[in-house]
Design a protein around this ligand. Structure first.
Ligand code: ADP
Ligand code: MG
Length: 285
């Protein structure tokens, strides 16, 4: 009897030894793995076909965005394959954990530490925007430390809902992102573009400097929208008294409700605070 050949990709999983779980994703887990042929350690994101109702569109989008992005501060997509049950995306491994975990462990960052971390992230986002890619899900869970050292650089991960724009005038409309990091124009369903990433970076900068999120007191998205659009940023004196005016000005310029007036990645990189001129070496723990 003639044997039905397995799809070739079915065997590809055997090229890797699967190890511990690095993180949990929406559609599966991410594992630390070893590529058998050369013993290189990689991260493999497993995406369950059953959770996508068999529709590969989402995975294909992630692959298509990532295959053209090569930057030292963006996780690299090395390979992809599938089995009967799963899709597998093979990435460069970041061993230092999520920025989220470091905020939870160490609390707030000094301004100088925040500058050194955020400069890398803004530089990587400028690279994305120069390549017409909007990430749309920037948050501390998706920013990973390359290694476990205290001064490890960060890499941007999770291009699961990233989008390549057709040009600078392209207008995106899909409502997506993570609660607490989403720009007001997304909630308003007004159409949006690259500035939504700058909003998220404003929230992240705020959070690492004080240890809480700027709109934590809002009960729902509508309430949050009202506060966002008033351009009120909650620099509660109890936590912000020792933090420079430069830092606050920088955050306010990112959390501008009008996307046209919000700092671009390039402008942010030229801001005196992110250039390190006004950032204090404060240890407010
Ligand atoms: P999802 O789109 O479901 O959020 P992610 O791509 O964000 O999936 O992966 C989920 C988690 O897995 C991340 O938050 C991170 O903790 C971990 N992870 C993802 N990619 C890597 C990587 N290249 N190296 C190390 N850990 C990773
Ligand atoms: Mg994620």
């Amino acid at each position: 009897m003639k044997k039905t050949p397995q799809p070739p990709t079915y065997y590809r999983k055997k090229e890797y030894t699967f190890g511990k779980i690095l993180g949990n994703g929406t559609f599966g887990e991410v594992y630390e793995c070893v590529r058998r042929k050369d013993k290189v350690h990689v991260a493999i994101k497993v995406i369950r076909k059953s959770l996508l109702n068999g529709d590969p569109t989402m995975v294909n989008k992630e692959i298509n965005v990532m295959r053209n992005l090569h930057n030292e501060n963006i996780v690299e997509l090395y390979d992809y394959f599938e089995s009967n049950d799963n899709y597998y995306l093979v990435f460069s491994l970041a061993t230092g954990g999520e920025l989220f975990e470091r905020i939870s462990q160490q609390g707030r960052f000094s301004e100088q530490d925040a500058v050194s971390v955020m400069r890398t992230v803004f530089t990587a986002v400028k690279f994305l925007h120069d390549h017409q890619v909007v990430h749309r899900d920037l948050k501390p869970e998706n920013l990973l430390y390359k290694d476990t050292s205290a001064d490890s650089p960060l890499v941007i991960a999770d291009f699961g809902i990233a989008k390549t724009m057709r040009g600078d005038d392209d207008v995106l409309t899909t409502v997506c992102g993570s609660y607490g990091y989403v720009a007001p124009e997304i909630i308003r369903r007004k159409g949006y573009g690259k500035p939504v990433d700058m909003w998220s970076l404003g929230i992240i900068t705020f959070t690492i400097l004080c240890g809480y999120s700027p709109y934590y007191f809002c009960e729902n998205a509508q309430e949050m929208l009202v506060v966002m659009e008033r351009h009120e940023v909650n620099f509660d004196k109890r936590y912000w008294w020792g933090i420079s005016e430069g830092a606050k000005e920088f955050i306010r310029a990112l959390l501008h409700p009008d996307p046209q007036q919000r700092l671009t990645a390039d402008q942010a990189l030229h801001h005196h605070w992110l250039e390190g001129h006004t950032a204090l070496d404060n240890d407010l723990l």
